[in-house]
Design a protein around this ligand. Structure first.
Ligand SMILES: Cc1cc2nc3c(=O)[nH]c(=O)nc-3n(C[C@H](O)[C@H](O)[C@H](O)COP(=O)(O)O)c2cc1C
Length: 383
């Protein structure tokens, strides 16, 4: 960043301290371990019950496998239906602070709704987590799409384009607080700041990693212009299509903004002794036990006019199924060998990292750690 002061005695270069920038070919993470039900929307026995011991158990399983990113979701109320998925849950900054203290290796993320968190508070809270974690922290910026939860705060979701203008100004203030030694004034469209000040600076120099998962064209530009980890959904089973999809992010970042980004996605692991058992289990928790009312509520909210997404009615049930099975994660279904193959393919299409989740989160992740991860290591993807 131009004009960034040199590192202070307590600072480290973020490429060295934050595992999300590490050199492993395929980086791994967990997704949504701070919320009840985890990533599924299903009345499945053994799904994540959100308690502090349970969320720490998952973080420590990830830490033992050197996962590079533990990504929570900022959610303020659930989605109704029979199970109210994601209703009970832990707020992400305080969650990340606790998780940073309970882990030693993994990258730790907090997720900020820009309209709900003043940039001075966000910069300060992030700095504390960066200190607790000794430079393992990443900030995920979200604009919000779930307007009923914003209305709970008395905040109206801005028009889609305006949300990104807001996020640009918000992030510029956060970065300035993290880097500027002199106090500064800011007179923008959305914020006025007098004598902006933040000390101590974060551990990471020049500032902590920034993540964004915008999926619209405007969101892709925002992520490629300002962020370090960009997230995208993988929807196709065609390798060439997926490879082109991931490459388009790198090209956009390089050609339009002269930058490098890391592209990540998310996947759900449905593993069993045989492929048939895995497929039967998928059918059981999605089609017999799935919370379709809650999932349709999600899709209809995402597809509301204010979010400017084109969700034809004919596709909405298929999209709801993706939400039920793993909050939109790419389903990896089969034996441990097939799961490893699936992860190899996700690496082959150019992804730098994948956030994982399991329907029965704790049981599934334990099994992954015991029998699947050792196989994955043999591929060299985790050297
Ligand atoms: C990995 C990942 C994490 C996300 N985390 C959150 C979150 O915590 N809270 C939230 O409201 N939206 C979250 N989102 C949604 C995105 O931030 C974004 O709003 C959505 O993809 C719509 O993109 P758009 O704003 O470009 O239309 C997440 C999406 C992904 C793929």
């Amino acid at each position: 960043m131009p004009g960034t002061p040199p590192p202070k005695a307590h600072q480290k270069h973020r490429l060295e301290s934050n595992p999300a920038f590490g050199s492993r070919k395929l980086k791994l993470g967990t997704f949504q371990t701070n919320l009840d039900s985890g990533c599924v929307m299903s009345d499945l026995d053994g799904r994540l019950e959100i308690t502090w011991p349970n969320t720490v158990t998952l973080a420590q399983l990830a830490d033992a496998m050197d996962f590079e990113a533990l990504v929570p979701v900022a959610r303020w109320r659930g989605f109704g239906g029979a199970t109210d998925p994601q209703g009970p849950g832990f707020e992400t900054y305080t969650w990340a602070a606790g998780i940073a203290g309970a882990t030693r290796h993994s990258g730790v993320v907090s997720t900020s709704h820009v309209a709900l968190s003043h940039p001075i508070i966000a910069a300060k809270q992030s700095t504390v987590i960066d200190h607790i974690s000794n430079g393992r922290y990443t900030l995920n910026i979200v604009n919000g799409w779930n307007f009923p939860e914003m209305e709970m705060f008395g905040v109206s979701l801005l028009e889609h384009e305006e949300r990104y203008a807001y996020a640009e100004e918000w992030l510029s203030i956060v970065k300035r607080l993290w880097t500027a030694d002199d106090r500064f004034d800011h007179d923008g469209k959305f914020y006025r700041i007098k004598g902006g000040y933040l000390q101590p600076k974060p551990i990471q120099h020049p500032y902590p990693a920034i993540m964004n998962a915008g999926s619209s064209e405007r969101g892709r530009h925002f992520a490629c212009k300002y962020c370090d980890l960009v997230f995208t959904n993988i929807r196709s089973h065609d390798i060439a299509t997926n490879t082109a999809h991931v490459a388009a992010y790198h090209r956009l970042a390089r050609e339009e903004y002269g930058r490098e980004v890391r592209v990540w996605s998310n996947a759900t692991i449905i593993q069993a002794e045989t492929e048939k058992e895995a497929r039967d289990f998928y059918h059981y928790y999605v089609h017999e036990k799935g919370d379709w009312v809650a999932a349709r509520y999600v899709i209809d909210t995402m597809g509301a006019e204010i979010n400017q997404r084109d969700y034809p009615e004919a596709r909405r049930n298929a999209m709801a199924e993706m939400m039920i099975s793993g909050w939109g994660g790419f389903p990896l279904v089969g034996t441990k060998e097939q799961i490893v193959d699936g992860l190899m393919t996700l690496s082959k299409i150019g992804l730098d990292g994948v956030l994982l989740s399991w329907p029965r989160y704790i049981e599934g992740m334990r099994e992954f750690s015991d029998v699947t991860y050792p196989l994955l290591k043999q591929t060299g993807l985790r050297d």
